[in-house]
Design a binder for this molecule. Sequence first.
Ligand SMILES: C[S@@+](CC[C@H](N)C(=O)[O-])C[C@H]1O[C@@H](n2cnc3c(N)ncnc32)[C@H](O)[C@@H]1O
Length: 273
Amino acid sequence: MQIHETAFVVSTYRSYHEEISKDVNARLWNNPATDALIPDIVKSISEHEALLHSLRNRYFHECMGAFFQKHNGGTLINFGSGFSMYQFAFDNNVNTVEIDKQDIVDYKKEKIDTWVSEGILPSRDIHYAAVDFNEGSVEDIVNELTPLIQKKPVFILIEGVFFFLSRKTTDKLFKIFEAIQKPGDLVGCVTYLPEVEQTDVYRRLLHYFDSNNDTNDSFNHQTIPHSYFQNIDGYRLQEHIDEFELSKKYAPDSGISDKTEILNETMYLLERI
Ligand SMILES: C[S@@+](CC[C@H](N)C(=O)[O-])C[C@H]1O[C@@H](n2cnc3c(N)ncnc32)[C@H](O)[C@@H]1O
């Protein structure tokens, strides 16, 4: 599986549970090639994947909605934005900077521009930046992004991305975040904790990636301990919650009774200090 395919897959998951994800535009990205991948993923890894990704989206939807309402707008910077559609979830006093690899950004911009011009989506102030997080220095990336950030405060989101990155690149990203944010700004991010590595469902995930490996698209499979988020320079850990807890709140009839039976990711909210 190539990395861009993972972005289509999670978007399709959100479209299966609109009432939970609150992403009513995800369905615009649905396509037959992705539909054809999903039955095998669900069978090989876990039947709960679509719901869990929708819960993750819901959590950040709520966090960002509250942040932008409190501040009467601002800028959402979405690192590794894939095909996420938060830029249309909030009022038009929220600007968005969408950052991803060149091919994703080009494809996304073209489709979004078309849908806006056809009146399928409302007009929003959206900037795009093509960045490979593994390349370029902190300074280069900060210099590229700074002119795109035209409204304060700034909420940085990075979801579904750390798994694919090394710790070195993750550390670099937090240096970038520290440089572009001001006290009171927030980062929302997601990780698998190392204890998830002991679960059968996580082993099935790795096995799935190994057996569907595309030679040109190698990536890591990083897990990050809780202590990492307690010790990031310039940030204070504000809250954290996992998908198991979110399922009790937003999907009480899901039938998920044990966190070890699901691919349980943990969401972190960090405040720039
Ligand atoms: C699973 S998708 C998640 C997309 C989106 N955040 C979401 O939750 O729907 C992972 C995204 O991270 C991006 N990504 C992975 N490695 C990257 C890198 N080194 N530089 C920039 N983007 C990267 C991929 O292109 C892809 O869009």
